[in-house]
Write a protein that binds this ligand. Structure first.
Ligand code: TRP
Length: 335
């Protein structure tokens, strides 16, 4: 198996929504179609247990995330799709990397610093509720990436620091033990859009304003009807570019359709009409994948098979590579 040209992970704590799809899943599925590129995509379930200590939520989310990627068209023969927890080499590499990672580097991680800052604002002990899992989170992520010598890592802005830390850690290891790791680069996808949610803020689980991808058509319609708009009356000209409904439409429609819709905004399309049309448009696109998704969720054995197959392909790389890394630090397997 070849190392990763592209690699990214999805933390399994939530139900995939339109924002996840447009921002991360769709661009990843697109790049997996590039010729001669090896892409690795995985469910970051070890990362999930850092933030979420509800086993049922973790189990459900892992299933939902896997089903979403498949339903949306990921070709698991072309790309390597697996669970982080099915690659035992990853936690092993995590420890080896932990031993070359400066504590000071981890002190600077945004997520950790934000938790400390929150504690200080509330006059709590700075360490309150901070686990070693949270503190070491970037090392686990570095292991995910370095395990497969990934070149490009598509991530959101909030994750760029983690890629820089990965480069630092890899550089330190290479300096001590010889050139073993490729230094990865963060890839910010320009095509990937940030979608607004029901209330107009960025669509995010933490704002509780998401539109899950695979709601029933009835529930989807209900959510779209809830999207906040201004109070312009039917027939009053409307501004497309600042409108959440338009932004969602734009994320799915063709350039011509978008242009035609912008004209209708200026002609004063009524909000009720726009909402109904947006619903019908999305529903048409999601109908087939939704059926596939529901079928997969009901037959988790099929998903297990796909993920197992992915893990065995990934391990064709990670097992021999970790062996080299072990040897480099002076640990030989017993014969
Ligand atoms: N931490 C990432 C996130 O929350 C998910 C992730 C885990 C990841 N390991 C990774 C992303 C490795 C890219 C590469 O979004």
């Amino acid at each position: 198996m070849k190392n990763a040209d592209i690699l990214t992970g999805i933390t399994t704590t939530g139900t995939p929504h339109l924002g996840n799809y447009v921002g991360a899943i769709r661009p990843a599925i697109e790049s997996s179609k590039e010729e001669n590129k090896t892409s690795y995509y995985f469910l970051a379930d070890y990362h999930a247990i850092i933030k979420c200590q509800e086993p049922e939520r973790i189990r459900k989310s892992a299933l939902e995330v896997a089903a979403t990627w498949i339903a949306m068209g990921l070709d698991t023969n072309r790309s390597i799709f697996y669970r982080q927890t099915d690659i035992p080499e990853i936690p092993e590499l995590t420890w080896i990397l932990t031993c070359v990672t400066a504590k000071g580097l981890m002190n600077r991680a945004h997520a950790y610093k934000a938790s400390v800052a929150d504690n200080e604002t509330e006059n709590n002990d700075p360490d309150k509720d901070i686990t070693m899992g949270l503190f070491c989170y970037p090392i686990l992520m570095a292991a995910d990436i370095l395990m497969f010598n990934a070149k490009k890592v598509p991530v959101g802005k909030d994750q760029i620091q983690h890629i820089e830390m990965t480069r630092d850690i890899a550089g330190r290891f290479n300096h001590l033990y010889g050139e073993h790791f490729v230094l990865p680069e963060a890839a910010l996808d320009e095509k990937s859009a940030v979608l607004s949610g029901l209330d107009g803020r960025k669509m995010s689980k933490s704002y509780n304003n998401t539109i899950p991808l695979f709601e029933s058509d009835k529930a989807l319609r209900k959510l779209i009807m809830k999207i906040t708009t201004n109070s312009l009356a039917p027939e009053e000209p409307k501004e497309p570019e600042t409108c959440t409904l338009f932004a969602i439409y734009k994320a799915f429609a063709t350039a011509d359709e978008v242009k035609a819709m912008a004209t209708r905004y200026r002609e004063g399309i009524a909000w009720g009409v726009m909402k109904q049309e947006l619903f019908e448009y999305l529903n048409e696109i999601l109908r087939e994948p939704r059926d596939t998704y529901n079928r997969l969720i009901k037959a988790p054995g099929d998903l297990d098979g796909i993920l197992k197959h992915g893990a065995s392909k990934a391990r064709e790389y990670s097992v021999p590579f970790l062996d080299k890394v072990r040897k480099a630090v002076g640990i030989n397997r017993l014969g």
